[in-house]
Write a protein that binds this ligand. Sequence first.
Ligand code: DX5
Ligand code: ZN
Length: 231
Amino acid sequence: MAAEDLIAPSILSADFAKLGEEVDNVLAAGADIVHFDVMDNHYVPNLTIGPLVCEALRKHGVTAPIDVHLMVKPVDRLVPDFAAAGATYITFHPEASEHIDRTLQLIHNEGCKAGLVFNPATPLSYLEYVMDKVDMVLLMSVNPGFGGQSFIPSALDKLRQVRQMIDASGREIRLEVDGGVKVDNIAEIKAAGADTFVSGSGIFGKGQDADPHRYDSIIAKMREALASVGG
Ligand code: DX5
Ligand code: ZN
């Protein structure tokens, strides 16, 4: 029941002055979904982009799934705005919502897929009573707030645990990893159970030259590394 591997470039590391073009180019290079990091300078110590930018990408013509990673507190107020702006997935950190079950339902009622995000030290017990309401589990392999940090190795054990929980549930739930994912570690991350791979600096971090094909080789290398893992 292995799901198809999905590569999800995090636009946090893209050139925001030409975001539409960056997203077009990375999708043309073979990326599957657009990872959209929303930070509020409250839940995390950084400030990024909101629903207007998501809507602008849709108006620009982006049809790929948009994976909105909310690093905001409170959560609920922004859910309808992102749904209206064209989000496909909306994931949030359970510590940031007073009523996790309600927020998951709200996301579904707004027509989006829902997911919970786990910081490196957040216990998986938050999943216990809502496994039937999540479409994605996102494991952070860095502490949220910034691109370009190093992968925290203990995320691999946690991944194996979540993989077991998902398989035991019998449901189709995406298992996504976010933080420090690169060509050289993506295979072991897949081997530990992930099927959706966020990469920001690993894809966009190679300078600002104007070659529209500069993402092709990095994504091809990621695919090659993923293909080397059985199962
Ligand atoms: C961090 C964000 C990540 C970030 C990943 O809080 O959630 O999505 O962009 O960036 P890299 O791949 O550079 O670690
Ligand atoms: Zn993210």
